[in-house]
Design a protein. Structure first.
Length: 381
């Protein structure tokens, strides 16, 4: 049995956790390991082929101390886990965004991962945004050394299409096996939001905070006026989703505010999937909230805050959305009424094409007999 290390952002973010689940469930015959907090033993307790190793464990601390003493190296246990694995699969989303003008440390970290790994595959990522041509050139040379790279948007693929080991396919999340009909749809609208006030880095998203929160609050009020239950869902508490929800609620009149429901993802994926299925409409800022809304065949209004969302919509010719710079002038009532779902035929194509995310890893790990026998198991019911 091959042993594979999963390199991922693990901070109880629904989108990233979902990708790890999909990967493990696709290859039940493979023994996976991740490096995360002890909390993930509870979050992923139902994944039998996944072992959670944690820097909080006594074993990790002993090995870290040993390698520090013998080789004067940091993170010795993490490095050991990678070296002892047959390969590494990096599932990452926005893993290659240039957040800083000085990007040397970030590139070196990815170079180190490549050097430590016997084989290295990257799935479900987008490249950029970036502002320095040298950043792109460094990663172009680095990606050429990977065993397989699958982007989730055509824009990113086009940047590296000259590399033979690069492909693109719709996002990994389209491989999530949605089974509709488990929960009854309500007259409910679900809002997925992000925190902007503290996003004052290279791309200064905080400049749109006021317009964004005001628009979401007004749209929630419009929905309540039309008899909808309003549900706010935080995808990642660590990234401030719950702070954003509280700020937006504070902009809604007190009489309506008390009827708003709030849920924050802390590892219970099924509970979140239920909220999506029970909702009629989705206002999605989080990237994967848009995809989940489509998968559950809901009417979705994407709020674009990043190139990754813009590229997703362009790849699928989805025209009903709002950019941050348009929020101040947008009419919440008009946008509420314009919301639409992705046509089922287009969704079916996306689900089928998303299988290609695993083109290289399938060759490395071998598609399990169980998976081969259920090649159409990801159909939309």
């Amino acid at each position: 049995m091959k042993k594979v290390f999963i390199y991922a952002y693990l901070a109880q973010n629904l989108g990233d956790d979902l990708m790890v689940r999909i990967l493990c469930e696709r290859y039940p015959h493979i023994k996976f390991k991740i490096y995360a907090t002890k909390e993930y033993r509870k979050i992923f307790r139902d994944i039998p082929n996944l072992k959670i190793c944690s820097w909080e464990d006594r074993k990790a601390k002993i090995w870290d101390s040993f390698w520090k003493r013998v080789r004067n190296t940091e993170n010795g246990y993490w490095k050991m886990l990678i070296k002892l694995s047959d390969g590494v699969v990096h599932v990452g989303g926005s893993s290659f965004t240039q957040h800083y003008d000085n990007f040397e440390e970030l590139v070196q970290a990815d170079e180190k991962l490549r050097n430590l790994s016997k084989k290295l595959y990257v799935l479900g990522v987008n490249f950029g945004p970036y502002s320095d041509e040298n950043y792109y050139k460094r990663y172009s040379r680095l990606f050429a050394k990977y065993d397989g790279v699958t982007f989730r948007d055509q824009f990113s693929y086009n940047l590296f299409s000259c590399l033979k080991n690069v492909r693109w396919a719709p996002d990994i999340a389209f491989n999530y096996p949605v089974k509709r009909g488990k929960y009854k749809e309500k007259k409910q609208i679900l809002f997925s939001v992000i925190e902007l006030e503290r996003r004052n880095g290279k791309y200064a998203l905080n400049q749109w905070c006021e317009a964004y929160e005001r628009f979401i609050a007004k749209m929630a009020e419009v929905a309540m006026e039309q008899g909808y239950q309003v549900m706010f869902v935080g995808f990642c508490e660590m990234q401030g989703d719950m702070d954003a929800i509280e700020n937006i609620k504070g902009r809604i009149c007190e009489k309506k505010r008390k009827d708003i429901q709030v849920y924050c993802y802390t590892g219970d994926l099924e509970a979140c999937m239920r909220l999506f299925e029970e909702s009629e409409k989705i206002v999605g800022t989080r990237f994967h909230s848009i995809i989940l809304g489509w998968l559950f065949q809901k009417k979705v209004l994407p709020i674009v805050y990043d190139d990754k969302t813009r590229n997703l919509l362009e790849d699928n010719k989805y025209r009903t959305f709002l950019e941050f710079e348009n929020l101040a002038l947008a009419d919440p009532r008009e946008m509420f009424n314009k919301m639409e779902s992705l046509p089922q035929t287009e969704l079916q194509i996306l689900v089928q094409e998303a299988e290609r995310q695993f083109w290289a890893v399938d060759k490395f790990l071998g598609k399990s007999r169980e998976k081969e026998g259920a090649a159409d198991g990801n159909t939309i019911n």
